[in-house]
Design a protein around this ligand. Structure first.
Ligand code: CTP
Ligand code: CA
Length: 227
């Protein structure tokens, strides 16, 4: 009990984290997805909880377990993720690690789409999904700290800087997802922290180490609030 009595840096702070992919239905049995495993987002949620935060994880469909000490909400589609995040506001910080599908099918079929001889393959009409991070970054109840991730395969810094402004984020954790057997699904991550103040390059680290460092950075930023 004595060991537990040390105050933790994020005690009393509510932090929303999104993680994993989203699934966008085509019909009751088919969906569009991506390679996100949820490892980085879930590791971050756990790291924030270790620092004492009241962490609310909104997770897309993943095969990994809910992190210890974290209240987890499970969703499937981008629109479900957006609704879950908005219901959790207000919060002190929100971190958007999820690989949200940029598009969904315009009209998911209510019944399984059948092959019909001679009719060929169906054409899927796609429409854009809501940008959850941008919505929160410009929200009336915007958290004090808003953090995004940027998955890029080229012009990593330039694209991350553009996203920072467009989405109303305080900083963007940029990673290069181009290499084979790389970040998506893997255990390691090499990130750059992009903010108005400049760029901080971190070395190649495990996703656990990235999570621990990011949680510490978030705690540092939240310390500057005076209530
Ligand atoms: N994001 C989000 N909602 C979306 C799309 C993205 O909340 N519909 C968030 C991601 O969780 C991430 C950040 O926005 O924190 C950047 O996502 P990314 O896919 O890199 O950027 P996009 O703006 O979608 O642009 P693009 O995919 O074309 O690079
Ligand atoms: Ca995207």
């Amino acid at each position: 009990a004595l060991l537990d009595s040390k105050p933790k840096p994020l005690s009393g702070k509510k932090v929303i984290v999104t993680s994993g992919p989203t699934h966008e239905p085509i019909d009751p049995v088919r969906y569009i997805a991506n390679r996100s495993s949820g490892k980085q987002g879930h590791a971050l949620a756990a790291a924030l909880a270790r620092l004492g935060a009241d962490v609310r994880l909104v997770s897309g469909p993943v095969t990994i377990a809910d992190p210890a000490g974290v209240k987890t909400v499970h969703v499937e589609s981008a629109r479900e993720m957006r609704d879950a995040v908005e219901q959790l506001l207000p919060a002190d910080a929100a971190v958007f690690v999820a690989a949200v599908a940029d598009w969904r099918t315009d009209n998911a079929a209510g019944e399984k789409i059948k092959k019909v001889a001679g009719e060929g393959a169906p054409t899927l009409k796609m429409v854009e999904n809501p940008d959850i991070l941008a919505g929160v970054g410009h929200h009336a109840r915007r958290p004090f700290l808003v953090v995004g991730f940027a998955a890029e395969t080229q012009d990593v810094l330039k694209n991350a800087q553009a996203k920072l402004a467009k989405k109303g984020a305080d900083f963007i954790v940029a990673n290069d997802v181009s290499h084979e057997g790389g970040v998506m699904g893997g255990d390691r991550n090499r990130v750059r922290i992009v903010s108005k103040g400049g760029v901080d390059e971190w070395p190649d680290l495990s996703k656990e180490e990235v999570a621990t460092r990011l949680a510490a950075l978030i705690a540092e930023r939240l310390k500057t609030i005076t209530v």
